[in-house]
Design a protein around this ligand. Sequence first.
Ligand SMILES: Cc1ncc(COP(=O)(O)O)c(C=O)c1O
Length: 370
Amino acid sequence: MRVHMNTAGSGIIHDSTHEIMKNYLFSEFKIGSYETELKYESILNSEVYNNCAQLMNCDPENVALFTSATDAWVSIIRMLRVKEKSEIWISDSEYAANVIYFSFLSNKYNLKLRRIPSISNFTIDLEWMRNNLSDNVSIVSITHMPSCCGIINPIEEIGELLKNKDIAYIVDACQSIGQLPIDVKKIQCDLLTGASRKFISGPRGVGFAFVSKKLSSKLSYDFFDLHVGYTDNFNKCLTVNTAKSFERSERSLVSICGFNNALKIRINDSDYNNENFVFFLEELKKIKSIKILFPDSYIQGIAAFQFKNCSASDGVKKLRDQGINLWEGTAQHTPFLSPHILHSKFVRASFDKNLSIHDIEIALNAIRKI
Ligand SMILES: Cc1ncc(COP(=O)(O)O)c(C=O)c1O
């Protein structure tokens, strides 16, 4: 059995999720996939939305499913009407794909892209936000936890600052949801996105979004698919007015079924304490042959470090050969957070609270020997 420390890439699915997906696929093989869809109708069309809504504390009708977190994020944001020459504010933790989209958008509407400065622990500077907010800000986009390490941005405090303002407040919770409690009512955001496969430990191929009513009413639709609409003599008719309208008709149903089970496991466990990670990080800090990145920040679930005498790629390979999964990280996925190491690689170790101390000791011993 492997020691899996790559949950920021993808968590290992639970036995029961594996079983459910196997049965679903077998049913598709035996009776046909559309026929299987009918059999699992209540899971696919309501249970999974209810469970996803429970995880985020919202109404099921505000939940939409996609193929990835980026798919969720872009599918919604691209329908947002943005005021010409207004400002988009982003966090230093911002995921690179989000930045790429905003670069396109800023060229199209002549927008000003601004980085919210960070304080010394690399989280966003709330004081700066308070002092600089103006009516000309149209979007504030915050990545709750960057993909390179477990820094946590204060998304609820940002929500307090932005409430009652005519600003689209967007939260990328891809690395935090599943490992930290997420409550969109407390965050007061308009959009929050995540993926099944990371700290929820669901299968790959599913992303999801919470879309607020306020944001939905501001979006300019350019398409809806046939699960919610039809066309009649060139008129277009939308029949459903929930976030499902943002989805595509065709979905990987076996993955959605697995995602539903992973959600159930997560919401049935109210404990978000990852003490084993705290132990791991403290032990890691004692190892002389490595350099911890972001040593002065409060970190949860994802650690980043470099070997002093070995490249990240060689170190990760040596550990993988011993059955220990770490990942060779690139700062290019979080270009503003770590510009000083933009062109070098690092090792990323990430895991949820279920990794045992025994497995962590195995990994630590192997890391010490590199
Ligand atoms: C913070 C963050 N946002 C978004 C994404 C994109 O997720 P996906 O690959 O599901 O599109 C990732 C992926 O690692 C991420 O770490």
